[in-house]
Design a protein around this ligand. Sequence first.
Ligand code: NAP
Length: 263
Amino acid sequence: MDVYGLLGNPVEHSLSPPLHERAYELCGLDARYVTFEVAHGQLEAAVEGARALGINGLNVTIPFKRDVCAFVDLDPLAERIGSVNTIDLNANVGYNTDAIGAVRALSAHGVDLDGTAVVVGAGGAGRAIAFGLADEGMRVRIANRTTERATNLAGAVPGADGHGLDALPELLEDASVLVNATSVGMDEDATPVPQGALTSDLAVLDAVYSPIQTRLLTEAAAVGAQTVDGAWMLLYQGCAAFEQWTGNDAPVDAMNEALREQL
Ligand code: NAP
């Protein structure tokens, strides 16, 4: 039997086990997906332990996505982003599938990735999404509460520029894609983007998936914008991890069903 797992802290509310186990079932794979809560300071021991036990692959979540880079070889995209959320333990390589998750979430909804994207947030998700959209050829404009973090990230992403949140109305005038990559809206009725800055020309992806219908998505839909919820990004980052680990095409519809049954 193959074993995959998730390292994080906390992990008890993870939506990943049913997502992956539905795919194993559909593809006839003898495999299990297990969550491991790792104590702070025990990350290296956890990765070593997983390797020693013959575990095939790991997802990595908060707060370990950056620190785990020290313990595996890095795929070039993960190296540029500076964080890893998927490890192939057989090959000892770390990948970042959050970037491809956001790109596939948008393209699966028919969104053209050839104009200007405004990414709100410059933390882990913001970094991954900014690189992912720039690699697709989009002009990426980053707005963050801490302006310096936005300008630092913009310095690393080809063609990008960085701003404070107050620039959002101006940035959105010419944008075709808006992504919320902050934690604003998670388990709260709040949004980082003033409703008056939203237009019907936008496709809006919210990385937040709890709640699934965030205030940003509600306000975007109200002005006629296209909306894509954060579960689509979560789905496609999981599909990319599954494909990396098993070499099988992900059964996307079945994995989506397994995910949405939990929401
Ligand atoms: P992170 O590294 O801690 O970054 C948090 C970001 O949110 C920073 O840009 C931070 O700005 C901003 N922020 C926090 N509180 C704020 C506030 N009150 N007002 C304005 N900005 C605020 O977290 P992360 O890992 O990037 O995750 C961000 C969100 O994305 C979370 O909700 C997470 O669940 C979600 N996510 C979803 C997926 C998916 O597959 N759907 C994948 C990854 C993450 P400062 O820099 O100023 O602190």
